[in-house]
Design a protein around this ligand. Structure first.
Ligand code: SF4
Ligand code: SF4
Ligand code: SF4
Length: 221
């Protein structure tokens, strides 16, 4: 609930033009990702919130969801890092793939001037895909998220699983919007993690999952 309120507030402030992610904020988000993981993606980003809303509507309408097999997910999740490299070197097709974020920013700021038809098409496609899969843009295309995610591998505050009282119900895995297998690791340091804390919220065992200071690397059973 608190997360939703913060997401709505940030969206409204963005629409009203009272907040924009400027250079200083960007540096703050990068540093905080390094220490705490990407709270920007799970708590602030308006486009992430828009995808959450679409997913919520989809689940209310009981639209069947695409379950990406883990083996495929493990490979295609690298797409946003490859895209980031292309964007970094200025390849234009990569900019087109990255365009939904720009379209959304343009819509928020009522600035449609530089948005091409192709960008609108990609944007619409991403929104439609959001009906069938959680956060498709965040998981496979977002170069912003790739930056925050890459830094969050080193995070010292993260989600910790207490193996001794875990009942292996897998509710954490099922509720993770970016398909992380929390139930098989000790600490979450996956670059895909958006810090939404849905895993902790949905764990039925008190104290089994917590967000805390962790220096130890994750261990896979
Ligand atoms: S991955 Fe990109 S679109 Fe998704 S929440 Fe993060 S910055 Fe926003
Ligand atoms: S559910 Fe947990 S592991 Fe998955 S993205 Fe959210 S905080 Fe990260
Ligand atoms: S939801 Fe909690 S109890 Fe269930 S598998 Fe995940 S960590 Fe274990």
């Amino acid at each position: 609930m608190i997360r939703k309120l913060i997401q709505i507030s940030f969206l409204l402030l963005s629409v009203l033009g009272l907040v924009t992610v400027n250079y200083t904020m960007f540096i703050i988000f990068l540093i905080s990702s390094l220490l705490f993981g990407s709270f920007f993606c799970g708590w602030l980003c308006p486009f992430g919130f828009a995808q959450d809303l679409i997913s919520k509507i989809s689940k209310m309408l009981k639209i069947p969801q695409i379950v990406v097999p883990k083996k495929i997910e493990r490979i295609i999740k690298f797409s946003r890092y490859i895209l980031f490299i292309f964007v970094f070197f200025g390849f234009s097709f990569a900019l087109l793939l990255d365009s939904p974020y720009m379209v959304f920013s343009g819509v928020l700021s009522w600035n449609y001037k530089f948005i091409s038809i192709a960008s609108w098409v990609v944007f619409a496609f991403i929104l439609i895909m959001g009906l069938f899969i959680d956060r498709p843009f965040c998981r496979y295309l977002c170069t912003e998220g790739a930056r925050y995610g890459a830094l969050s591998i080193l995070r010292i505050f993260t989600i910790k699983r207490n193996d001794s009282n875990c009942i292996n119900c897998n509710k954490c895995d099922k509720n993770c919007p970016v398909s992380i297998n929390i139930s098989t690791i000790e600490n979450v340091r996956d670059p895909q993690c958006i810090n939404c804390l849905e895993c902790i919220k949905n764990c039925p065992v008190d104290g089994c999952l917590s967000y805390s200071f962790v220096l130890k690397k994750k261990e896979i059973k």
